[in-house]
Design a protein around this ligand. Structure first.
Ligand code: FPP
Length: 246
C-alpha cells in the first residue's frame, strides 16, 4: 500500500505550514551557486502542492521569503525575486488545473513592482478555486505581523470602534494576516534545523512540529505524506490529560 493510501482522510490536518530550508546547502553539495538550489526548490514546491491536493489538505502555507532574507547578497535577492515572478507566471496553469487558490501574506509593499503585479494577477485569477489555498509567506516575519496587528487594534480603539477589554484570542487572530485561515496543525521544516525562525509564532501555538533531514530541493510529495502519517500517530492533548482526550 502506498503512503497516500495509508493516510486516514478523517484525521487530516486542515492546514500545513512549511519552512523550506536547505536550498543553499543542496547547491553547495553539488558545487553549484546557491541560486541553483532555489531553482530546484521550485520543483519541490510544485510536487508538494500537488501532493497536498491529492491528500486533501485545505491550506498549505510556504515560507518563501522572510523579512530577514532581504539582508542576503543583493544578487541572491534579485535572483529569488526573478524566480518568484517566473514561477508564479509559469505555474498559474498548474494552480488552475488543481483548483488551488493562491494567497500571500507578508509586507508585500516591499516586493519589486513586477513581482507584486505578477503575484496579484495570479491571486485574482485563482480567487474562485476551492480545493486548496496555497499561501506564500513573502517578505514575512511573525513579529512584523504581530506588531501590525497591534497597530490595527490600537487604531480601532483610538477611533472608538473597539473596547480594549473585548480583545481576546479570537479578536487578535482576526487582526493577523491569516485571519481567514485555521491555525496550522502541522509545521514541517526541512534540512535538519530545529527552529521556528519568526514564522507564524501565534498561529503555531498548538501545532505539531515535524523536522526532516531532507534538504528542500529533495523534498517530494512522499515526504509530505510521511509527515502527515507521523502527525496522525501523535496524540494532541491541548493541555489536557491523555484520559480526557479519550
Ligand atoms: C531556504 O533555503 C529557502 C529560501 C530562503 C527560499 C525558498 C524559495 C524557493 C523554494 C523557490 C521559490 C519559491 C516559490 C514559492 C516559487 P536557504 O537558502 O536558506 O538554504 P541554506 O539554509 O542551505 O543556506
Amino acid at each position: 500500500m502506498g503512503l497516500l493510501d495509508q493516510i486516514d482522510k478523517n484525521k487530516l490536518p486542515r492546514h500545513i505550514a512549511v519552512i523550506m530550508d536547505g536550498n543553499g546547502r543542496w547547491a553547495k553539495e553539488k558545487g553549484k551557486l546557491r541560486v541553483f538550489g532555489h531553482q530546484n526548490g521550485v520543483l519541490a514546491v510544485r510536487d508538494t502542492v500537488e501532493g497536498a491536493v491529492e491528500a486533501g489538505i485545505e491550506f498549505l502555507t510556504l515560507y518563501a521569503f522572510s523579512t530577514e532574507n532581504w539582508n542576503r547578497p543583493k544578487l541572491e535577492v534579485m535572483a529569488l525575486m526573478e524566480l518568484l515572478v517566473a514561477t508564479i507566471n509559469k505555474e498559474t496553469k498548474t494552480l488552475m488545473d488543481n483548483d488551488v487558490r493562491l494567497n500571500a501574506i507578508g509586507d508585500l509593499s516591499q516586493l519589486p513592482d513586477r513581482c507584486y503585479k505578477q503575484l496579484q494577477e495570479a491571486i485574482n485569477k485563482t480567487a474562485n478555486n476551492k480545493r486548496c489555498t496555497l499561501t506564500l509567506a513573502l517578505s514575512y516575519s511573525s513579529r512584523w505581523e504581530i506588531v501590525e496587528a497591534a497597530k490595527k487594534l490600537g487604531r480601532q480603539i483610538q477611533e472608538g470602534r473597539l473596547n480594549p477589554d473585548d480583545i481576546n484570542d479570537q479578536v487578535f487572530s482576526g487582526a493577523l494576516c491569516t485571519a481567514d485561515m485555521p491555525d496550522p496543525e502541522l509545521m514541517i521544516r526541512t534540512s535538519g534545523e530545529h527552529r521556528i525562525s519568526n514564522y507564524l509564532l501565534w498561529q503555531l501555538a498548538y501545532a505539531e512540529l515535524y523536522f526532516t533531514q531532507k534538504l528542500w530541493p529533495d523534498f517530494r510529495r512522499e515526504d509530505l505524506f510521511e509527515a502527515i502519517l507521523d502527525f496522525q500517530k501523535r496524540e494532541r492533548r491541548f493541555g489536557m490529560t491523555s484520559e480526557q482526550i479519550k
